[in-house]
Design a protein around this ligand. Structure first.
Ligand SMILES: Nc1nc2c(c(=O)[nH]1)N[C@H]1C(S)=C(S)[C@@H](COP(=O)(O)O)O[C@H]1N2
Ligand SMILES: [Mo]
Length: 199
């Protein structure tokens, strides 16, 4: 840490302000997958959004790429206690995909190629908090990290960021996904250490 000149205040936040309780930082990028890495070529990749009334819209790879794109730098927090600061991503904001979608849903059910599922409140996908990410550190997202595209919801523990995302269902009721039904917290806020049921 740089020495501070007396009389000046540090402009940077202290590291503790950035690291959620019970986490440590890593420079690496661990791979955590519950099963084998599905091979999904961009030629057959498709993302489908379904509302509670059964309305559907879907995006092929070329349609996803034609949408407005975001670049973002964010910290990641995994429930297995590693956090990685300043990860750089490219992708499409969920706000773009949800624009004009007529829904009264309050929950989102997420499905992936390979069968992984997760759940979160629909509000956590809105207002610049979630992306369909396809670029990592300036390169196409590697398959083991969810390429060609994954959900990225960095304000929640990383198990909510479904790799190889294939579908988003908007629902009126909540349903636990893969890890949530095995004991992980339904919401998963790293700042409140919501790791498991009862936290
Ligand atoms: N489809 C899918 N998405 C997934 C997982 C998985 O097993 N399958 N694991 C989750 C968990 S538990 C974590 S910690 C992160 C890990 O992402 P990474 O492998 O890119 O670090 O992906 C999440 N998304
Ligand atoms: Mo995880």
């Amino acid at each position: 840490m740089a020495a501070l000149t007396p009389g000046f205040r540090a402009r940077r936040r202290a590291p503790g302000d950035r690291l959620p309780p019970g986490q440590f930082t890593t420079e690496g990028f661990p791979v955590l997958s519950a099963g084998p890495t599905p091979v999904v070529g961009t030629d057959r990749w498709e993302l489908t959004l379904t509302t509670e009334t059964g309305d559907r819209r879907s995006w092929t790879w070329s349609r996803l790429m034609a949408l407005p794109q975001d670049d973002l730098t964010t910290d990641l927090h995994c429930v297995t206690r590693w956090s990685k600061f300043d990860t750089r991503w490219g992708g499409v904001s969920l706000d773009v995909l949800l624009e004009g979608v007529d829904t009264h849903a309050t929950y989102a059910w997420i499905e992936s190629y390979g069968g992984y599922t997760t759940n979160l409140p629909l509000a956590d996908l809105r207002d610049g908090k979630a992306w369909i990410a396809h670029t990592y550190d300036g390169r196409p997202l590697p398959a083991e990290h969810g390429g060609p595209a994954r959900l990225l919801v960095p304000h929640l523990y990383l198990w909510k960021s479904a790799k190889w995302i294939s579908g988003i269902q908007l629902r009126l009721t909540d349903q636990q996904g893969f890890w949530e039904s095995l004991g992980y917290h339904d919401y998963g806020d790293p700042w409140r250490e919501q790791r498991t049921w009862g936290d």
